[in-house]
Design a protein. Structure first.
Length: 284
């Protein structure tokens, strides 16, 4: 058990990986502030857990509401040591099939919701010269998955923000890490995935229903969310397999996600070789 008891704020903690992270922190004797869109969504196991404090929070709330929420938590709990920005969902569909409203909502939840909560908590962490922010990205933050370009774009935006933020706040004793899980058996397909009625991606023969395609594979994903939560806890506490990883921006989870990362690196290596002559040809 980690010697110092921390206070965690975990969004989207009612199910999936968020729930597993909250339960892991509670098992280690830490205090967990868990949020969901509705208190009714929390499982009984979390409602009855000692040191678990449950709150309603809508990810698309205004920056003013989110800042007040965080300030109220600080007044009640004194401080927040670990923020886990886990709330989010996947919007799958061909670009031309998605409406502007659908696309904007994807970014409101997956990017701006994360940004607003992160901005609200940073002054408190900076004042204490301590804190850890864990941003739930995805293998889609590394590699585009066909049929999900808008979801991928929201995760790429989060990756860019978090990389820059990690450099920005390191001097204040604050760590920022991107959590990049592959495919895990979390219930994401049934609870956090939206697709267009027409289908998800286009082929020469028309639309393919990607939700049906993914649902067929649900339950056979290689990733174990309980083990993922253990690795995430270790990163926050710099224990176990994550000892010494305080300067590592990314935590890659799942052999499938690691394969995607290696594939992406090879693509970049190919681009570097292809651009050897073209890139410097535009210099003065």
């Amino acid at each position: 058990m980690y010697s110092s008891k921390l206070t965690w704020l975990v969004t989207g903690a009612n199910s999936g990986l968020g729930l597993c992270i909250a339960q892991q922190a509670l098992r280690q004797g830490h205090t967990v502030i868990a949020t969901a869109r509705s208190l009714a969504k929390f499982p009984e196991s979390l409602r009855d857990a000692q040191n678990a404090h449950l709150f309603e929070l809508e990810a698309t709330s205004s920056a003013f509401i989110i800042t007040k929420f965080v300030d109220d938590l600080i007044s009640r709990f004194g401080h927040i040591d670990v923020l886990v920005n886990n709330a989010g969902y996947g919007l799958f569909g061909a670009v031309e099939s998605l409406t502007e409203q659908e696309i904007r909502r994807q970014f409101e939840v997956n990017f701006f919701g994360v940004l607003n909560l992160t901005k609200a908590i940073l002054p408190h962490m900076r004042q204490r010269c301590s804190g850890t922010i864990l941003q739930m990205s995805s293998c889609s933050g590394i590699f585009n998955i066909e049929g999900s370009p808008v979801y991928t774009a929201s995760k790429h935006a989060l990756e860019g923000l978090s990389e820059g933020l990690a450099q920005e706040v390191k001097k204040f004793g604050i760590r920022v890490h991107l959590i990049e899980p592959g495919y895990f058996r979390t219930g994401f397909v049934t609870s956090a995935l939206e697709t267009r009625k027409e289908g998800s991606w286009m082929t020469e023969d028309g639309y393919i229903d990607m939700k049906a395609y993914i649902t067929d594979a649900d339950g056979s994903q290689p990733g174990d969310p309980v083990k993922a939560a253990e690795r995430i806890f270790e990163l926050a506490s710099l224990t176990g397999m994550a000892k010494g990883l305080q300067d590592e921006v990314r935590l890659v989870l799942g052999s499938d996600c690691l394969d995607m990362l290696e594939k992406k690196i090879k693509q970049y290596e190919k681009t570097v070789q292809t651009m050897r002559e073209i890139a410097p040809s535009t210099d003065y």
